[in-house]
Design a protein around this ligand. Structure first.
Ligand code: GLP
Length: 261
């Protein structure tokens, strides 16, 4: 795992945007994995800003896969992850809605939705770079604590804590769905490059457990320790509880220029 301690969330956004742009420049038909939540928003805004300024690459040939989706919201609901990703990122990058895939939460499609989504990802050749946030309880996508480390895309029930955490996007916690479709931890591990971003002190404990604790279903994000190419971008507050913080900073400062992230 490459842990990159940075001064601010704004800096994590710049480095994340650099990584994604480098992937798309190298491979114009890249497959991007997209996450929702507040954490990736500065990076998404930075990518959109650069494209508007004419310095970003073309996203015309890019395909996207969303990490997860609520089950039970009316189609087109503004808090559905499909609508959120379009609003916060893909529309601004000029990526057409038919190039953006998400798990299908329609009642009829639900039973086979996981398998169909896995097949779509495989057909696209797998995900080149996957954005990830982390829940305060260590969840990844919507893989709550206890999720199998080998899990595939499937329906999950949210914890009360996650529903409370996400209530800020709805008028009340009662409106937050109980069920979701989420890529599994095994699915996420198949992406070629994982880009975990965390900011704020509310994430410090989860980050420390995920990065330095044992690999355990009790902290789903700890499964990232098994992946050969993970970049963890942290602001100061999110990095504060890491035992090896000074070492990660030394490694990043001494990184050979040719190596890239
Ligand atoms: C949700 C999403 C996750 C995200 C997490 C953290 O539960 N399913 O993908 O990482 O929230 O969100 P935030 O970045 O808003 O803290």
């Amino acid at each position: 795992m490459e842990v990159v301690p940075l001064a601010s969330a704004a800096e994590t956004a710049v480095v994340a945007a650099d990584i994604v742009e480098a992937v798309v420049r190298r491979k114009p038909a890249a497959v991007l994995g997209l996450a929702t939540g507040s954490t990736p928003l500065p990076a998404y805004r930075e990518l959109i800003r650069r494209r508007a300024a004419g310095t970003g690459p073309s996203y015309a040939a890019v395909t996207c896969f969303n990490l997860d989706e609520y089950v039970g919201l009316p189609a087109g609901h503004e808090q559905s992850y499909r609508a959120t990703i379009a609003r916060e990122l893909t529309d601004g990058l000029g990526i057409s809605p038919d190039q953006v895939n998400g798990p299908d939460p329609s009642p009829d499609g639900l039973p086979g939705a996981g398998e169909r989504y896995e097949a779509l990802i495989a057909q696209a050749g797998g995900i080149d770079v996957q954005f990830l946030g982390i829940g305060a309880d260590g969840h990844l996508a919507f893989n709550e604590p206890g999720s199998s480390l080998a899990s595939r895309t499937r329906i999950k029930t949210l914890t009360t804590q996650t529903r409370k955490d996400n209530a800020r996007f709805f008028s009340s916690v009662d409106e937050v769905p109980n069920h979701v479709l989420t890529q599994g931890l095994g699915t996420i591990l198949e992406a070629r490059h994982l880009l975990l971003i965390a900011s704020g002190e509310g994430k410090a404990a989860a980050v420390a457990t995920a990065v330095e604790g044992p690999v355990s279903a009790s902290c789903p994000a700890s499964v990232l320790q098994l992946h050969p190419h993970v970049t963890v971008l942290l602001d100061q507050a999110a990095a504060a509880r890491l035992d090896r913080l000074a070492y990660y900073s030394e490694v990043y400062a001494a990184k050979p220029a040719w190596q890239g992230l």
